[in-house]
Every structure is written in structure tokens, then in C-alpha cells.
Design a protein around this ligand. Structure first.
Ligand code: AMP
Length: 424
């Protein structure tokens, strides 16, 4: 089965075409600067030169059209016809309370995803635009939404509620949702294999440390708590995001700087975190280099970041009632032995012992704790696209669904079995 994975941002479409049976990536690429001058598609096929198509791409539909053209045509094509693509897996950031697993995108589902756009105004609209473009361009393929929030829908009520007046939840859906669910789920699945255990018997904390960063407490394969909240601004200190702060600071910052709430939120999202503290960069490679050269604020930013991760790990242990393993993933988690060392050094009291010889490994699946460490520590490169492809295949197989023949009005022949969709 061939599955196309799409991740649509406001001005980009990332894609990867999988041949699931062969476990192969046939092609991948990025359409960028959609809607702006200089738009282009960078397309990669293993063993061939990179291909760049410079093309005016006014919207996502044109981008999807051009991607399909490259995939099916000429020297850089990898399939002969679009109809070879059985399903498209779309990354969708927010599924609100509606979805606890991946789902075939019917018109009803599309409506609910649109409703969740209130909760993720920067992310859901481009995700939806991508789905609509594919529905139009590929009427023969099943469209599946794979949601970043779905994995966290197993959190207990006491973990996801905020201590605000209950109406805030009832009327406005204000609660903790959690994000990075696709990545947390993927590395949790891989970790069970590395630990030679069944997921149902494991208590682990997965540490997705990239530009955005979050931890997830996973018990028996299910998310029971996470550090991100109503939005991806909460929790850990991140590249440019502040993470948890006293909410009263928001009003105080607005008054002291004579700026509106929108500007304050811009500062909290884009000018804070490691960038705001170091004044150097949001990229850990630059900040680690500056710290080594004696730059105090960079060293402080690294200390604050690793302390925030270690402190959050400690705070999640009660959600699990114990801890078998810690898993590091994403750009920093996979590639920064220094950050892993700083975090684990603060957790020696739990009996965590890193192997100093192995910890410097980068970007590979590896266990970095010493044999006999009370908590085992793993590094697992995340692969969100693969997870989306696997989820998509599972949904298609579970529902035994297909799309109607091209040309007719598209209707998914599927009962959405087992999906937690609250449609009245
Ligand atoms: P992600 O969001 O998962 O793509 O992670 C991106 C971040 O990973 C970058 O901003 C860097 O801060 C970090 N990163 C990537 N490579 C390295 C490296 N070799 N050492 C330290 N940090 C890295």
C-alpha cells in the first residue's frame, strides 16, 4: 500500500511517500513559500540528485497539485499514476476533545477539525486546507487525519483540568490537551522493543526536546500526563517559548511595556525561552558554543532548560507511580549529549546512571544508561512521518475503507468504527 504523508503549515507542505509493504520511503520533499514570491518545491529521491522546481504556488491546492505532478512525472517521478496512492495521512495539530485516535476525514470530521481551529488558529487552518486540496486532487485516496492531541486523550480528568471556574471547561473547552502526541507515541512503541518488554507493563517518560519541547508520562502505552497544556506554550522552557510562568506576569508585562495582549503573547511565544535568556539564538548548537566560550547568559539558558526538564520529570513520576525508563528524542534529545547529561545528573537520586562512554552517541537508537541503572535511559530518533503513515494504514485496514471512483462526489465508505467522534 502506498501512503502519502502530508504536513501542511501556513506557507509550507512537507511530504513523504511510503511504500508500506516494502517499508520504503519512495520520495520526500518540501513545498515552501506558498503564497509568496520565490515559492518552490525541493524534492528528494534516494540515490538521485535533489530536484528543485521553482514554481508560482499561490495556495496549498497548487502546491499539492505540483507535488503530485513531480511524484508521477519524468525523471524524478516514483509512481506512474496518482491512483497508486491508496491513502493520504495528514498531520493535524488539534483534535480537541473529539478524537482519541486517527480518523478517516468525512465531511463531519472536517467540520469538527474546523471547530478545533478555535483552539489552534495557526495550525489547524493550513492542515484543513491541505486535506481539502487532497480531497479535490485525489478523489480515489482515503484521507486520514492523524492528530497531535489524540494520544493525550487518555489523561485522567484530574490531570487535564485547570483549577479555573468549571464553566471555563464546559463553555470554552479550556483544559490541558497536550501536543507532540505522534512523536511520544512513536518513541514509546520503539522503546518497548528496545527494553524487551510489552508496552502494557512499562512506565516511561518520553522527552521530546526540539524547538518545541514536551514530556509525556506513559503508563501501559497510554499518555497519563504531559507538560504542554491548552496550547504548546506551556510546560518546559523551549527554543523561543517561555513555558510555564506565573500568569500574572502577562498583565504586568503589558502595563510596564505599554503593549497589548497580542504583543505580550508574541514575546512569550517567539522571543522568550533559550533565545530570550541567552540573547544569542534559539538553536542549542549556537548556545552551547557560546556557553563554552564563557558567555554567561548562554550558560544560564542551558542550566535553566535542563533544570526545567529534570524538574518536570520529577513532577511526572507520581502520574506513573514509578519509572522504568526515560527516552530522549527530537533535535536536542537526539543530538545533545550535554543536555542529556545535565538532565540525568539532576536525577541521580532516582538511581539514574548514564554511561559516559556511550552518551556522546548522536542520532541513533541506543541505550545510554549503565547496566543496572535503576531507570534505563534511551535515545530514540523520532519519525513522525512514519508514525503518521503507520496510523493511516491501520485506519484504512481497520475500516476496510476506500473512496468512491474519481469523478463522483467523494464519499468515504466507512463507518468510522471505534472512533471517539461526538457527532450529535
Ligand atoms: P527539532 O524541532 O526536533 O527539529 O529540533 C531542532 C533543534 O534541535 C535545533 O533548534 C537545535 O537546537 C537542536 N539541535 C539539532 N542538532 C543539534 C546538535 N547537534 N546539538 C545540539 N542541538 C541540536
Amino acid at each position: 500500500m502506498k501512503v502519502l504523508v502530508l504536513n501542511c503549515g501556513s506557507s509550507t507542505v512537507k511530504y513523504k511517500l511510503f511504500s508500506m509493504g516494502e517499508d520504503r520511503v519512495l520520495a520526500k520533499g518540501l513545498a515552501e513559500r506558498i503564497g509568496s514570491p520565490g515559492s518552490r518545491i525541493v524534492h528528494r529521491v534516494e540515490g538521485r540528485d535533489e530536484y528543485i522546481l521553482e514554481k508560482d504556488l499561490p495556495g496549498h491546492q497548487e502546491a499539492v497539485e505540483a507535488i503530485l505532478y513531480i511524484l508521477t512525472g519524468g525523471e524524478y517521478g516514483v509512481i506512474s499514476d496518482v491512483d497508486e496512492i491508496k491513502a493520504v495521512g495528514h498531520r493535524v495539530v488539534h483534535g480537541g476533545n473529539y478524537f482519541n485516535k486517527s480518523v478517516v476525514v468525512s465531511d463531519d470530521v472536517l467540520g469538527l477539525l474546523g471547530e478545533c481551529g478555535r483552539l489552534a488558529p495557526l495550525h489547524n487552518p493550513p492542515n484543513i486546507t491541505g486535506i481539502q486540496a487532497c480531497k479535490k486532487m485525489m478523489p480515489g485516496a482515503v484521507q486520514v487525519a492523524v492528530l497531535d492531541t489524540a494520544f493525550h486523550q487518555t489523561m485522567p480528568e484530574y490531570a487535564y483540568m485547570y483549577a479555573l471556574p468549571y464553566e471555563m471547561y464546559d463553555k470554552h473547552l479550556i483544559r490541558k490537551y497536550g501536543f507532540h502526541g505522534i512523536s511520544h507515541k512513536y518513541v514509546a512503541g520503539v522503546s518497548a522493543g528496545m527494553l524487551d518488554a510489552r508496552p502494557e507493563e512499562l512506565k516511561i517518560i518520553t522527552c521530546h526536546l526540539g524547538n518545541g519541547a514536551s514530556l509525556c508520562a506513559i503508563s501501559g502505552g497510554k499518555s497519563v500526563d504531559t507538560t504542554m497544556g491548552f496550547t504548546p506554550l506551556a510546560g518546559l522552557i523551549m527554543g523561543t517559548r517561555c513555558g510555564d510562568i506565573d500568569p500574572a506576569i502577562i498583565q504586568y508585562m503589558a502595563e510596564k511595556n505599554n503593549i497589548g495582549l497580542g504583543e505580550v503573547m508574541e514575546v512569550l511565544n517567539k522571543k522568550s525561552g533559550v533565545l530570550g535568556i541567552s540573547g544569542v539564538s534559539s538553536d542549542f548548537r549556537d548556545v552551547e558554543k557560546a556557553a563554552l566560550e564563557g558567555h554567561h547568559r548562554s550558560a544560564l539558558a542551558l542550566d535553566m532548560f535542563s533544570y526545567s526538564v529534570a524538574r518536570a520529570i520529577g513532577s511526572l513520576v507520581p502520574a506513573l507511580g514509578g519509572l522504568d525508563a526515560l527516552v530522549f528524542t527530537a533535535g536536542i534529545g537526539e543530538n545533545s549529549p550535554g543536555i542529556r547529561w545535565r538532565v540525568c545528573s539532576r536525577l541521580k537520586y532516582m538511581g539514574i546512571q548514564l554511561d559516559e562512554q556511550i552518551n556522546p552517541a548522536k542520532g541513533e537508537r541506543i541505550e545510554i544508561s549503565v547496566p543496572g541503572s535503576a531507570v534505563r535511559v534511551l535515545v530514540i530518533p523520532t519519525d513522525e512521518e512514519r508514525m503518521i503513515a503507520e496510523e493511516t494504514r491501520a485506519v484504512v485496514e481497520e475500516c476496510n475503507c476506500s473512496a468512491d471512483v474519481p469523478g463522483e462526489k467523494k464519499r468515504v465508505i466507512c463507518e468510522l468504527t471505534g472512533t471517539n467522534v461526538m457527532i450529535s
